[in-house]
Design a protein around this ligand. Structure first.
Ligand SMILES: Cc1cc2nc3c(=O)[nH]c(=O)nc-3n(C[C@H](O)[C@H](O)[C@H](O)COP(=O)(O)O)c2cc1C
Length: 183
């Protein structure tokens, strides 16, 4: 299995980092692209550099539009953008593939593959909502970064894992990241 992970400069860098670790531990080929702000927020919030990420995933430069991820002929089993800033959300909603992250996402949709977008902002404006609606209509799964409490989280990891579990559910990978309702 091969999954692309795009990470932007929204808060919640831990979601992207932990998802990359999780997928790579499962033996899944992970192809990753960070925006410039994505890298900065990763360092600020997690104290982790892109060099560390490259131990677990193939990392591409966001301005490398010659990269394999930029072409629909390079097959993936889907792409997750986590966390997704309102800036990148706007670009995605307009199918503007000006950098590798937005181009890869656009390619994912045009090829009919799964695109999971995890927006992180609050409150949101009507413009943000319209962008999400446009993307959802275009075939993306909008999976807001809004961890639940019904599984009685005790740690930050429990809350992060809830979000990762929801992402894994959409990708279609079995997991035990949180206790399901009724279990
Ligand atoms: C610490 C930090 C946290 C941020 N959190 C958010 C956020 O949660 N959502 C968001 O849309 N933008 C957030 N921003 C602003 C984005 O980084 C900024 O809009 C940037 O242009 C996004 O660029 P990108 O989409 O290319 O990563 C944050 C910025 C900083 C410095």
């Amino acid at each position: 299995m091969r999954i692309a992970v795009g990470v932007t400069g929204a808060s919640g860098a831990v979601y992207g980092y932990n998802l990359i670790l999780l997928l790579s531990r499962l033996g899944i080929e992970v192809h990753t692209v960070y925006t410039q702000m994505g890298e900065k927020v990763l360092e600020y919030e997690c104290g982790v550099t892109i060099k560390e990420i490259s131990k677990h995933a193939k990392v591409y430069a966001n301005d490398d539009l010659f990269a394999s991820l930029a072409s629909g002929s390079f097959k993936t089993d889907g792409m997750v953008i986590v966390p997704c800033s309102m800036h990148t959300l706007g670009a995605l909603a307009n199918a503007s593939g000006g950098n590798l992250l937005t181009r890869s996402a656009d390619v994912t949709l045009k090829e009919g593959r799964k695109l999971i977008v995890v927006p992180r902002e609050t409150p949101v404006t009507a413009i943000h909502l319209e962008n999400m609606l446009k993307l959802a209509r275009g075939g993306a799964v909008i999976l807001p970064a809004s961890p639940a409490f019904y599984h009685k989280p005790k740690t930050l990891d429990d809350m992060v894992n809830f979000m990762l579990g929801k992402i894994m559910d959409v990708i279609g990978i079995e997991h035990r990241l949180f206790r399901r309702w009724g279990e």
